[in-house]
Write a protein that binds this ligand. Structure first.
Ligand SMILES: Cc1cc2nc3c(=O)[nH]c(=O)nc-3n(C[C@H](O)[C@H](O)[C@H](O)COP(=O)(O)OP(=O)(O)OC[C@H]3O[C@@H](n4cnc5c(N)ncnc54)[C@H](O)[C@@H]3O)c2cc1C
Ligand SMILES: NC(=O)c1ccc[n+]([C@@H]2O[C@H](COP(=O)([O-])OP(=O)(O)OC[C@H]3O[C@@H](n4cnc5c(N)ncnc54)[C@H](O)[C@@H]3O)[C@@H](O)[C@H]2O)c1
Length: 470
């Protein structure tokens, strides 16, 4: 066995974990271990390379392409003369790939106290890790503090034929060379919603196959219903269908076999995109070797300070969080950073009001309780729904069917939840976050400030005013 190097801190993962180590750690010896993400084992984690950033860089041109129909409704004739997929793709990765490489270079040579170990780590003892490099060589290291920021991975369908056909996921589909004519998207969550928007906007005939009865089914029931209806106007949407198998056809296409409410169905398609969720990577780390047991749902258990039950081991992001969201992983990374630097004055992560946005068409954004959850929990609430189409900017947009729904506590006047479906939902939700985070009363929020007229934020203003509070 070779020499076992010892470090003060070891971070597993170069996504959100990578942001922890800055010049304030100059007096510590730090190892960053990274296996890389996607087929090219890219440095820098999911959000930068395979997740938030490239998807939203696709969504913006998709929004432009999809605006043709809406423009026509307003008396403007636009035509979509072509989608230059490779140009769109190369613009996106032409920006991202150099950032990825610069990040890797910085970690390789940028700080003398930081050692980048490229390989896959697993625990082989108490705060001891074995790193297996691509070429199969191994190195063991130990560390006083270990930060697990190992993220999550795409879940693969486990049905007959899955190994015999090429299945795309969010890891691969953004780098394809040509747009397919037809595409089947399996799943009805965030990834399915966003890719259904962008590929259908680019002219692909998209069929979304979901096993649940509505898309985005964890959203407020009114939002989920509206979103399902909207996407059904642009794509073929098949609900309550269970995946049975895949078959490779002789002409190169793939047959997707399902069983739905009206019996078996099959779809012959050029490309299959699986979007059936993600699995946390804790199960790949042999955590039992360091005395750390995974929670029943596969999460690495952490307390509010991001500490695992094993002293000196921390975890953050997808691997340990309830939320698979970058802004949550970032907040948790800041907590770990602070607590490593100031162990005697630890801070906790604030998970009270975690928002999310789905960048589909229409956009969806939400925070707090859904109406069905409030009902199930027996929480007393009042609610209000404000249509975009009933405020001035909604008239300008000739909007139909998009809305903001608020739930509030009738006693305290505090917001319990907000659910927005429509243009710029991801931006419109932000004042709600501010109000909830700082305990602002709905009435004070509605009337204690100016609301710019006739901006789209009047949707939120009017929803606040419509809440039946004394
Ligand atoms: C298509 C898509 C779109 C998304 N869009 C959004 C969005 O718009 N907004 C949002 O908030 N969130 C979005 N997300 C979620 C977001 O990307 C993740 O929540 C976030 O990237 C998680 O960060 P992380 O640091 O926990 O994990 P990652 O960024 O995945 O980092 C984990 C790191 O650990 C490394 N690793 C794993 N196992 C090992 C090992 N054994 N040894 C060494 N290294 C290892 C990996 O190589 C990787 O670098 C999206 C996700 C996807 C897939
Ligand atoms: N805008 C964003 O913030 C954003 C965008 C994309 C992804 N993400 C994050 O990434 C995570 C993963 O996204 P996702 O869409 O893959 O997962 P998801 O959990 O949002 O949706 C998974 C979907 O797959 C279905 N499904 C699960 N198992 C299945 C099976 N065996 N057969 C058929 N269908 C099955 C589920 O019913 C659900 O509709 C999300 O939880 C989200 O937190 C965030």
């Amino acid at each position: 066995m070779g020499i076992v190097r010892h470090f003060d801190i070891c971070v597993i993962g170069s996504g959100s974990g990578n942001s922890i180590i800055d010049e304030r750690f100059a007096d510590r010896q730090v190892a960053i271990i990274d296996a890389g993400v996607g087929p090219d084992k890219l440095f820098g984690g999911t959000c930068l390379n395979l997740g938030c950033i490239p998807t939203k860089m696709y969504v913006h041109p998709a929004d432009l392409a999809a605006s043709v129909q809406h423009a026509r409704d307003l008396g403007i004739d636009l035509t979509l003369d072509g989608v230059h997929w490779r140009a769109v793709r190369d613009r996106i990765f032409g920006r991202i790939d150099p950032i990825t490489e610069a990040g890797r270079q910085w970690r390789t040579t940028g700080m003398p106290n930081v050692t980048l170990l490229q390989g896959r780590a697993h625990f082989s003892g108490l705060r001891r890790l074995t790193v297996v490099a691509e070429d199969g060589s191994t190195e063991d290291i130990t560390a006083d503090q270990v930060v697990i920021a190992a993220g999550s991975r795409v879940r693969r369908p486990d049905v007959p034929g899955a190994e015999e056909v090429t299945l795309h996921s969010s890891d691969t589909v953004m780098r394809i060379d040509e747009l397919p004519r037809r595409m089947v998207i399996l799943g009805g969550g965030f990834v399915a919603a966003e890719f259904a928007h962008l590929f259908s906007a680019f002219g692909v005939e998209v069929t979304v196959v979901s096993r649940s009865g509505a898309l985005l089914r964890r959203e407020d029931e009114d939002v989920s219903r509206r979103f399902t209806q909207s996407l059904s106007e642009r794509c073929t949407v098949r609900l309550k269908e269970h995946l049975e198998s895949f078959e490779q056809l002789e002409d190169g296409r793939i047959r997707v076999n399902t069983v739905g409410p009206s019996g078996p169905a099959s779809y012959d398609t050029d490309l299959v995109l699986t979007a059936i969720g993600r699995t946390r990577n804790g199960d790949t780390l042999a955590t039992e070797a360091t005395g750390l047991e995974l929670a029943a749902d596969g999460r690495i258990p952490v307390d509010k300070y991001q500490r695992t039950p094993v002293q000196g081991i921390w975890a953050l992001g997808d691997v340990s969080s309830e939320h698979l969201l970058k802004h949550v992983a970032n907040a948790e990374a800041r907590t770990v950073q602070h607590n490593l630097l100031s162990p005697h004055h630890p801070v906790a992560t604030d998970h009270r009001y975690v928002p999310h946005a789905v960048f589909g068409s229409p956009q969806v954004a939400a925070v707090g309780l859904t109406e069905q959850a409030a009902r199930a929990l027996g929480i007393t609430y009042v609610s209000a729904v404000q249509q975009y189409g009933d405020v001035a900017y909604g008239w300008a947009m000739e909007d139909t069917g998009h809305f903001c729904k608020l739930l509030a506590d009738p006693v305290t006047g505090h917001l319990l939840g907000a659910h927005i479906i429509g243009p710029e939902a991801s931006i419109l939700i932000q004042p709600v976050l501010q109000a909830m985070s700082f305990g602002l009363d709905v009435r004070a929020m509605a009337r204690g400030q100016y609301w710019i007229h006739p901006a789209l934020t009047e949707v939120l203003e009017n929803a606040l005013l419509a809440l039946p509070l004394d």
